[in-house]
Write a protein that binds this ligand. Structure first.
Ligand code: IPE
Ligand code: IPE
Ligand code: MG
Ligand code: MG
Ligand code: MG
Length: 300
C-alpha cells in the first residue's frame, strides 16, 4: 500500500465527515416549520455525495494556511448551491432523473413543487451562510467572496451552463462549444470552491492566485469530462444515478464528440495542465495534487 495514498484517504474521509457535520448544523432542523420543505432540503443535501467541492475548498485553504472554521462555511455555501443544482437538474423539465446518490431524486421522494422550493431555499441558504459575520473575514473580502459565488451560480455561470445544456440537447456541438458549456455548468462552481478556499487564509500574491485559478479551471472542466465518460462507461449501481442517460437523451458530451478513449485522454491532459499550474507551490498544494488525481481517476 502506498502510504501517501492512505494518508490522502484518511484526510478525505476526515474532511468529508467534517463537511457533513457543518452542513447538518447549518440546515434548518427537520422539525421546524415548514416541515416538509425542511425535510426535503435535508434529504437533498445530507447523507450522500462525494463532497468534491468542499474537499477542493479545504485543499485550496491549505495553500493559504486558512483556518478550518472559515473554510467550513465557504465549503458549505458552495455545496448548498451544488445540491440545489442537482435537485433542479433532476426535475422532469430538465434531465428527468429518478435516481441520485443511490436514492430516489428529491422530486420523487417528495414532489416537484417541493423540489423546486428546495432549490430556491438552498440557494438562499448558501448566501446566508457566506454573508454571516461568523465567517470572520474582512468585510471587503467577504463581499468579494459573495460576488464570486453569485457569478459562479448565475446566468454567466452554472445556471447559464445548464441553459446551454438544455438548448443543445439533440445537437452536435463543436469542441469549443462543448468546452464552453462544461466550464459554465460544472466548471464555474468548482472554480469558485477553489478560489474561495484559497481566499480564506493569508492573502496570496497575485501570481499565486493566478496559478490557483488556472488549476481551478482545469479541475472544473476535467470533472465534467469524467462525468460524461462515467455516464457512458459505468453502471447505475456504481454511479448511484442512472447510467447511459446522456446517450438516451441525446446530450452533447465529450463522449459523443470525441469518443470514450479521446475523452479519457483529454481528462488526463487537463490533469497534467492542472498539476503544471501548481508547480511553484511545493508541499502546500499536496492535497490539490491528490484531488485532481481523484477527480480524473474516480469511478463514480
Ligand atoms: C454531479 O456532481 C453533477 C455534476 C456537476 C457533474 P458530483 O459528481 O459532484 O455529485 P455528488 O455531489 O458527488 O453526488
Ligand atoms: C449537471 O450535469 C451539471 C449541474 C449543474 C447539476 P449532468 O446533468 O451531467 O449531471 P448528472 O450526470 O445528472 O449528475
Ligand atoms: Mg444535466
Ligand atoms: Mg443530469
Ligand atoms: Mg452527467
Amino acid at each position: 500500500v502506498d502510504p501517501s495514498k492512505t494518508d490522502f484517504d484518511a484526510w478525505m474521509r476526515a474532511r468529508q465527515q467534517r463537511t457533513e457535520q457543518v452542513l447538518e448544523a447549518l440546515l434548518p432542523p427537520a422539525a421546524v416549520l415548514p416541515v416538509r420543505l425542511h425535510q426535503a432540503m435535508r434529504y437533498a443535501v445530507l447523507g450522500g455525495g462525494k463532497r468534491v467541492r468542499p474537499l477542493l475548498a479545504f485543499a485550496a485553504g491549505e495553500v493559504s494556511d486558512a483556518a478550518l472554521e472559515r473554510v467550513d462555511r465557504v465549503a458549505a455555501a458552495v455545496e448548498f448551491i451544488h445540491a440545489y443544482s442537482l435537485v433542479h437538474d433532476d426535475l422532469p423539465c430538465m434531465d428527468d432523473d429518478v435516481l441520485r446518490r443511490g436514492r430516489p431524486t428529491c422530486h420523487i421522494a417528495f414532489d416537484e413543487a417541493t423540489a423546486l422550493l428546495v432549490g430556491d431555499a438552498l440557494q438562499s441558504l448558501a448566501f446566508q451562510v457566506l454573508s454571516d459575520p461568523m465567517l470572520g473575514s474582512e468585510p471587503r473580502a467577504q463581499v468579494d467572496m459573495l460576488h464570486t459565488l453569485a457569478i459562479a451560480a448565475g446566468s454567466r455561470g452554472m445556471a447559464g451552463g445548464q441553459a446551454i445544456d438544455l438548448g443543445s440537447t439533440g445537437e452536435e456541438l463543436t469542441l469549443p462549444e462543448l468546452e464552453n458549456m462544461h466550464i459554465h455548468k460544472t466548471g464555474a462552481l468548482i472554480r469558485a470552491a477553489i478560489v474561495l478556499g484559497g481566499w480564506c487564509g493569508n492573502s496570496l500574491p497575485a501570481a499565486d492566485l493566478a496559478h490557483l485559478d488556472r488549476f481551478a479551471k482545469c479541475a472544473g472542466l476535467a470533472f465534467q469530462v469524467v462525468d460524461d465518460v462515467l455516464d457512458a462507461e459505468s453502471d447505475t449501481d456504481t454511479l448511484g444515478k442512472t447510467a447511459g442517460k446522456d446517450a438516451r437523451q441525446a446530450k452533447a458530451t465529450y463522449v459523443t464528440t470525441l469518443g470514450l478513449a479521446r475523452a479519457r485522454a483529454f481528462a488526463s491532459e487537463l490533469r497534467e495542465d492542472a498539476l503544471g499550474a501548481l508547480g511553484g507551490f511545493g508541499p502546500r498544494a499536496a492535497r490539490l495534487r491528490e484531488l485532481i488525481e481523484f477527480i480524473v481517476l474516480r469511478t463514480h
